[in-house]
Design a protein around this ligand. Structure first.
Ligand code: UTP
Length: 276
């Protein structure tokens, strides 16, 4: 079934400057764990084991994070502190990591296309690590989407309701409801003004994509902001066939913004970190 997860992580993270000047946004910690580690954990918990990360210049620490540090292992072996490495050891043992570089930052769609050699001709997940999604009482968000994919076998995007005055930050969809939490997409617009938004259902950083998306992306001209937009490619895929939008169960924190980052930190400190 779905084995591979693509993590576009090449963006500049300008909203988090100066922290992101020489450090990837995806390495920002929520309490003691970097954003990318939460995302890889969510993918593994959904049954995916091949992690394909699209990086860029200055992002080498991402690769080091998912590698063994022999010096550190040696230092803390058989000490109290060994417990801090339990989670990352599980990921290193159970997953395979692949990396490629997006040489020019031409947008999320372009980053996904840069990952094609690591994915090939099979359905795959895409996760944006700066969207931290938690569902402490049930299945993680990507696991919910993998279940849906098994049933419907087409591309699926995760959506959430946002206030009207925030539609300009997201891709926004409109579609036919199939049930309370599922829509067949008819229209998608990237970062619309509130008056142009077809609804208040905004796409967040979890996708399952069928591999025909690569051919569509190759033919997708630059859109909003001069970038190749995944929303434009998905709009085409929805026209040609079917794309679903799923209102997931759980909470999403926009950790690419200072406000969301602080909220996530407080939430994780209270509900995750303290319980370990
Ligand atoms: P964002 O729109 O959040 O951009 O990208 P950004 O550069 O990360 O952050 P800001 O807005 O400048 O603060 C959404 C996701 O797409 C990836 C980013 O790494 C992020 O995970 N991305 C974006 C790429 O990998 N390549 C790109 O060319 C653009």
């Amino acid at each position: 079934m779905i084995k591979k997860c693509l993590f576009p992580a090449a963006g500049y993270g300008t909203r988090f400057l100066p922290a992101t000047k020489s450090m990837p946004k995806e390495m920002l910690p929520i309490v003691n764990k970097p954003l990318i580690e939460y995302a890889v954990e969510e993918a593994l918990d959904a049954g995916l084991t091949e992690m394909a990360i699209v990086t860029g210049r200055g992002k080498r620490s991402l690769e080091d994070h998912f590698d063994i540090s022999y010096e550190l292992e040696h230092q803390i072996q058989n000490t109290e502190k060994e417990k801090y490495l339990t989670d990352i050891r599980r990921l290193i043992n159970e997953c395979t990591f692949l990396y490629t570089r997006q040489v020019e930052m031409k947008g999320l769609g372009h980053a996904i296309l840069s990952g094609e050699p690591m994915i090939g001709n099979e359905p795959f997940a895409v996760m944006l690590a700066d969207d931290l999604c938690l569902n402490l009482d049930g299945d993680p968000v990507l696991a919910q989407m993998v279940k849906l994919f098994k049933q419907f076998r087409c591309s699926i995007v995760a959506v959430q309701e946002v206030p009207r005055d925030e539609t300009h930050k997201y891709g926004v969809i409109a579609g036919e409801p199939m049930r309370d939490d599922l829509f067949r997409i008819s229209t998608m617009v990237e970062k619309p003004k509130p008056e142009d938004a077809p609804s208040n259902l905004a796409i967040i950083g979890r996708y399952i994509l069928t591999p025909d998306i690569f051919d569509i992306l190759r033919d997708t001209p630059p859109g909003k902001g001069g970038e190749i937009q995944i929303t434009d490619a998905l709009q085409q895929q929805a026209k040609d066939g079917c794309v679903l939008a799923y209102k997931f169960k759980g909470t999403r924190f926009d950790c690419g913004s200072a406000e969301g980052y602080v909220e996530a930190t407080n939430y994780c400190f209270q509900n995750v970190y303290k319980n370990v």
